[in-house]
Every structure is written in C-alpha cells, then in structure tokens.
Ligand binder design. Structure first.
Ligand code: DC
Length: 223
C-alpha cells in the first residue's frame, strides 16, 4: 500500500484529535498531534521559569527542551527531556499560555522541523493534526482536510471533555484562543487553498471519521 500523508487542520473543538486518531488507527497510519508539541514546549517554559510573555526570552530558550512524540494512534505519547508530559500539557495554565508561546517564530521553526522529520520517517504514512499543517508544515501532503464547527458546538464538545466546565466560559476562551492563533504573523491557523473543508457542526464523530476515511481511500485509489 502506498504511503499517504494526511494533514488535518482546524480550530479546537472541531473533533480534530478524535478524528485524526481514529482515521490513522483504521488505515494503519502513524499519528502526530502537533498541538501537544506546542503545549509541551509551553509546559517546559513554565516549569523552567521562562516569562512566556517575553518573546525574546522564549525565542532564546526555544532550542533547549528535547521533545519526543510517540506516533502510535492507539497510544500517542509525548515526553520533554525524557519526562512524560501527557498530563501536565492539558492543564488550564498551559492552555492559557500556549498561544503566546506558539506565536514566537523561533518556536515554530523548531517545532516545524521536528514535525517534518517525524512525517518523513513514518513508514506507512501519517495523519498530522494541527493549525498550519496544510499551509506550512506539509504543503505537499496528499490530502488536506480543514475541520470547522460553530462556536456553540465547539464549546459544548470542549465542556464535555473538561467534565462539565461552564459552556459560556469555555466558548469565550475558545474564541479568544482561535483569534490569537488566526491572527499571529507566523503561520496562522488557516485553511489551505487545496484543503477539503468539512463542517462538523451537525455530524457525529463517527460520521466525520467515515467522511475522512472515504476521502483518504479516494485519494489512494486515484494515485
Ligand atoms: O490542538 P491544541 O488545542 O492542543 O493546540 C494547542 C495550541 O497550539 C493552539 O492554541 C495553537 C498551537 N498550535 C499551533 O500553533 N500550531 C499547530 N500546528 C498546532 C497547535
């Protein structure tokens, strides 16, 4: 079977992670969560006392941590300097600071290089999820998907994941983070011109997974 590279971008709460993992598992592909990498470098900055609002300090520290991602879709892992970071990267503190850290060009260069080398070494192909995969990281991906959903649907999904967090507060936080991710100068959240847009507002997770699996199979058949 031909190796295939699939880029899945979109804002948070669109079902990106669940869809990407399930599609990769179903098709025997590797899986990379690039948001986890930006969260990991943010966590390292926080725990090492770096002022994340000082872009110059963040830039000069960007090369320091060693970030390793495990790409098995049924058990994705992430370590920072050999320490399991999968729990700490999901805290509210990291979530509130990750947009500032990921807007720093030196951070993006570092993490983008890492992403490209992981994608290049995936034997059977890979599903890479993020914000700038189709536009910047892997512009030659075989298939590019851009997932969207209404802010209400995204907030409701995120509140569910956060076990009953206030939907209104979650919606406001999501909108703020999307605005920061979409308006930054270096590789903002954006749909690539050749990406297929899938609005997931009215779809179940299973329907989104089936839709993307079909798109990958069609691509493979046409290759
Ligand atoms: O997907 P996520 O919510 O875990 O991503 C966390 C943050 O990382 C997101 O707010 C913006 C940043 N990010 C990015 O800048 N580029 C990517 N390819 C993936 C995530």
């Amino acid at each position: 079977m031909e190796s295939v590279i699939v880029a899945i971008d979109g804002p948070s709460g669109t079902g990106k992670s669940s869809t990407s993992k399930a599609v990769a598992a179903k098709l025997g592909l590797s899986y990379l969560d690039t948001g986890a990498q930006y969260r990991a470098i943010t966590w390292w900055m926080i725990t090492n006392g770096v002022d994340v609002d000082d872009a110059d300090v963040v830039a000069s520290a960007a090369g320091k941590p060693t970030i390793v991602s495990g790409t098995d879709p049924s058990h994705p892992t992430i370590t920072v300097d050999g320490v399991d970071a999968s729990g700490p990267i999901r805290t509210q503190e990291v979530t509130s600071k990750v947009s500032a850290v990921s807007a720093v060009p030196e951070v993006r260069t570092r993490i983008t290089e890492l992403q490209r080398s992981i994608a290049a070494s995936a034997e059977h192909g890979i599903v890479v999820e993020g914000r700038d995969i189709g536009t910047t990281v892997l512009p030659d991906a075989d298939l590019k998907i851009f997932l969207t959903a209404s802010p209400e649907a995204r907030a409701a999904r995120r509140s569910g994941e956060l076990k009953g967090a206030d939907v209104h507060a979650t919606r406001e936080a999501l909108i703020k983070r999307d605005a920061a991710d979409s308006s930054r100068k270096t590789s903002p959240l954006a749909k690539a011109d050749d990406a297929v847009e899938v609005d997931t507002t009215q779809l179940t997770l299973q329907q989104v997974i089936e839709c993307v699996v079909t798109l990958v199979e069609e691509k493979r058949a046409a290759a």
